[in-house]
Design a protein. Structure first.
Length: 282
């Protein structure tokens, strides 16, 4: 068993198929299949369930995958430090809220990239619940979230507080009892703020129109489809261009605390260490 074996298992798990891993690694599919069968025979366990749609990690496979990620990260970081002791390079994969990717993160990422141009950056936006799971599964180094979660496996770094507001196409808000709300999927902190704000007034959301992208929320708000709760920094550009009006939220609902999470047992390599340093100094 060598480092290529661990990389192979990682590629299969992340692509969800033998063929996907073969394309990614440049191996013949039959070669990878044979190596997986031999590895499972050596370990006397199955690492994957085979389905018509691809493969899924078994419990033992998930344990092997997580250790494989640790081993590959540690090995590549060690090789990099020995070969290029003054050059920081490697991979950095960060998850984030969509709004934070447009407001908080850009100057952080610019500062980081200017300092460490050889690090390959990957930024994943999406449902915060998914990003949290990806951090727990070692698929992301860390993630920017707005949720206040408690998990003994995670470290938390407090970041900035993000001010929120309501945006609408008219100066006066429509009747909240019947107004459509433009929201992200359940699990997103902005969706939670809408629910909590309405609940405090004895109301529930009459109609939720769900989106995956912040740009789509803003465009739909401009078209008059409904109202939305978004970061004030995002809203201000639309307000200045006379496309939307903004309304302040009550103090109890007007801010969310952004946090950066990462696993306590994650083997922190140099690219990730330097990213954490920049977060703490901003």
């Amino acid at each position: 068993m060598n480092i290529d074996t661990f990389k192979m298992i990682i590629a299969i798990a992340q692509s969800g198929s033998i063929s996907g891993a073969a394309d990614q690694l440049g191996y013949a599919q039959s070669n990878i299949s044979a190596r997986v069968h031999q590895l499972e025979a050596d370990l006397e366990t199955s690492l994957f369930y085979r389905t018509n749609r691809g493969v899924i990690l078994t419990d033992d496979g998930n344990k092997f995958y997580k250790k494989a990620v640790e081993i590959v990260n540690l090995t590549e970081d060690t090789i990099n430090q020995l070969q290029h002791p003054k050059v920081i390079e490697g991979d950095l994969k960060i998850g984030t809220l969509q709004a934070a990717s447009a407001t908080y993160l850009p100057p952080i990422l610019t500062q980081y990239h200017q300092a460490f141009p050889k690090v390959r950056l990957t930024i994943e936006t999406g449902n915060p619940t998914d990003n949290i799971d990806h951090v727990l599964d070692y698929e992301l180094n860390g993630a920017v979230i707005g949720e206040n979660i408690e998990n003994p496996a995670l470290n938390f770094i407090p970041l900035t507080k993000e001010k929120l507001c309501i945006v609408s196409v008219t100066p006066e808000l429509p009747d909240l009892k019947t107004a459509p709300f433009l929201v992200f999927q359940t699990g997103c902190v902005y969706r939670d703020v809408v629910d909590d704000w309405l609940k405090a007034q004895g109301l529930v959301m009459h109609e939720a129109i769900e989106f995956n992208y912040l740009d789509a929320v803003m465009a739909s708000a401009c078209a008059g489809l409904g109202i939305a709760i978004v970061p004030e920094k995002v809203a201000d550009t639309f307000v200045k261009n006379h496309l939307l009006y903004k309304t302040e939220l009550p103090a109890d609902f007007s801010e969310i605390q952004l946090r950066f999470i990462y696993r306590k047992d994650y083997l922190i390599n140099k690219p990730f260490e330097e990213f954490i340093n920049i977060l703490k100094n901003n």
